[in-house]
Write a protein that binds this ligand. Structure first.
Ligand code: THU
Length: 134
């Protein structure tokens, strides 16, 4: 469980990250702030590409940055969009459950205000998880 102060901080950081989005095609800015179980925050933004499928979402940018720094256990992520209604795409949900089956997923608006607060298990019920392959 994270505190309300931590939630607000993550929402604000995610909202600020929207300024770094590379979005010449969609003009849809998404920012993310990921809190690890060890207490570190990793940030991300969406990065588009002229070859559209190569685009990476803000959430996966943050998660992959964390993984590449040796962090694999996540407490919560805040995802900021203009209206605060930008739910994570299916690919990002799948990447979340790969590492943290119970992480908190918050949405935030352009000012960083938290607009939704859910658990990844609600967003991807019946997920295909790593334990199936063990
Ligand atoms: N996008 C994200 O960053 N996260 C999501 O979960 C959904 C979509 C980005 C990708 C692309 O740059 C833009 O939003 C429009 O799809």
């Amino acid at each position: 469980m994270i505190s309300n102060e931590q939630k607000q901080e993550l929402g604000k950081i995610a909202a600020e990250m929207r300024n770094l989005s590379y979005i010449p095609y969609s003009h849809y800015a998404v920012g993310a702030a990921l809190l690890t179980k060890s207490g570190k925050i990793f940030t991300g933004c969406n990065i588009e590409n002229a070859a559209f499928p190569v685009t990476i979402c803000a959430e996966r940018t943050a998660i992959f940055k964390a993984i590449s720094e040796g962090e694999k256990e996540f407490e919560a992520i805040a995802i900021a969009t203009e209206d605060g209604q930008g739910y994570p795409c299916g690919s990002c949900r799948q990447v979340m459950v790969e590492f943290s089956l119970d992480m908190e997923v918050m949405l935030a608006d352009a000012e960083g205000k938290i607009t939704a607060d859910l658990n990844i298990s609600e967003l991807l019920p019946g997920a295909f998880t790593p334990d199936k392959l063990h």
